[in-house]
Design a protein around this ligand. Structure first.
Ligand SMILES: CC(C)(COP(=O)(O)OP(=O)(O)OC[C@H]1O[C@@H](n2cnc3c(N)ncnc32)[C@H](O)[C@@H]1OP(=O)(O)O)[C@@H](O)C(=O)NCCC(=O)NCCS
Length: 168
């Protein structure tokens, strides 16, 4: 099995677009702004997302710059992750540094664990020592993924697990 992490590119095509159509707009707090959007909207979004990944400052007064990655398994995109470069008070409450999702048909095969492991390496390369992952208490699969990647639960609120992973 070949497993490759690819950074979002303005040249991404239908394989990525189609994968994004399998992910809900909001699943357990993981937001997919491309759900139900047209290919034209997808192209515009690719441009904005690629620009954000090159940015280091807050955008539009609130948005933290982030990189988006695709997990390719045997040449097919099966999931995505977002890596935010730093935290704000809002992200400390919900969102954290890293979010991830796997296309429904491919869940339960270890892909999210591999995806998070690879994104933690990317985070380390960007100088992030440890990454916060906030997970809904009602999402045991994601809690398990974070713990399998060495995550340590800092606290559990009424809504979220706050899990820190060392980036390496
Ligand atoms: C959460 C998600 C990313 C997991 O993806 P995945 O590829 O299925 O994850 P993995 O296969 O790498 O690991 C899942 C782990 O959770 C475990 N798991 C799955 N359902 C579970 C449940 N109901 N209770 C406890 N553990 C569960 C699996 O057994 C596996 O652990 P194991 O390897 O020790 O057996 C995927 O379900 C998803 O995309 N959900 C929607 C988006 C989302 O919730 N993102 C996370 C936001 S923080």
């Amino acid at each position: 099995m070949s497993v490759v992490l690819r950074k979002l590119s303005i040249h991404d095509g239908d394989d990525v677009y189609n994968m994004l159509q399998t992910l809900p707009a909001n699943e357990n707090g993981f937001m997919n702004g491309m759900a139900g959007r047209s290919r034209e909207e997808f192209r515009v979004w690719l441009g904005k997302s690629a620009a954000s990944a090159e940015n280091t400052e807050i955008e539009d007064g609130w948005r933290v710059p982030q990189a988006v990655y695709w997990l390719y398994v045997d040449g097919r995109p099966v999931g995505m992750a977002k890596l935010r470069y730093f935290l704000t008070d809002a992200l400390r409450q919900s969102g954290g540094h890293i979010g991830y999702a796997i296309t429904p048909d491919e869940r339960g095969r270890g892909h999210a664990t591999e995806l998070l492991r690879l994104v933690l390496k990317e985070a380390a390369a960007k100088g992030i020592d440890r990454a916060l992952i906030t997970v809904n208490n009602s999402n045991p699969a994601s809690i398990r993924v974070a713990l399998k990647c060495g995550g340590v639960i800092e606290r559990i609120s009424g809504d979220h697990h706050y899990i820190w992973c060392e980036c390496k």
